[in-house]
Design a protein around this ligand. Structure first.
Ligand SMILES: [Fe+2]
Length: 204
């Protein structure tokens, strides 16, 4: 997670800042061609920054009060049980959809149309963010960089004591990562987003 935050997320931030700066220049010179060319960079890197900013906040260390859905997210829990029948049925549906995602992307619990809306589990490709009136209640990064350290890192572990078993916990075990994510979901943050939205979080 440290590598993910310091390297991967930082790259989206750097690239977004460069694209926004180029956008200002292109606007000043009325360079329409350059403006169009920058749109995809802004979408990809801006989406990457928004998605990761939401992701870090919707995680909490295991065995902390935020992890307990019953006490931390009573309103959201009621809506989940009302729609899926039980917490376990919801988790099963979420995991199944996440593992069906091909390539890079994200899994989301979304409140459609705004806070306290009908809940939906959806996936988005690459770094496409949840926009518009829909509220991303929580997201799970399904890019390989979220769980799969490179073999060279494993080699480094085997040759030194600088990493622990947890640093190379999942590797290619995508299902293990998806199962494990439930131990660190920040239900207190999810409840806040479900009941009040994320508008304040998206003004980055
Ligand atoms: Fe990521």
């Amino acid at each position: 997670m440290e590598l993910h935050h310091q390297k991967h997320h930082q790259t989206y931030v750097n690239n977004l800042n460069a694209a926004l700066s180029a956008h200002v220049s292109a606007t000043q010179t009325n360079d329409v061609s350059a403006l169009i060319g920058l749109q995809q960079k802004i979408r990809f890197n801006g989406g990457g920054h928004i998605n990761h900013s939401l992701f870090w906040k919707n995680l909490a260390p295991p065995n902390t009060p935020g992890n307990d859905i019953s006490s931390a997210a009573p309103t959201l829990r009621e809506a989940i049980v009302s729609q899926w029948g039980s917490e376990s049925a919801f988790v099963k549906a979420f995991n199944t959809l996440l593992l069906s995602l091909q390539g890079s992307g994200w899994g989301w619990l979304v409140s459609t149309g705004g806070p306290r809306g009908r809940l939906e589990i959806i996936t988005t490709k690459d770094q496409d963010p949840i926009v518009g009136p829909d509220v991303p209640v929580f997201g799970v990064d399904m890019w390989e960089h979220a769980y799969y350290l490179q073999v060279s890192m494993k080699t480094l572990y085997l040759c030194s004591n600088t990493l622990t078993e947890n640093d190379i916990k999942y590797l290619n075990n995508k299902a293990g990562y998806v199962d494990g994510i439930w131990n660190i979901i920040n239900w207190a943050e999810a409840e806040k987003r479900y009941t009040a939205g994320v508008e304040s979080l998206l003004k980055l």
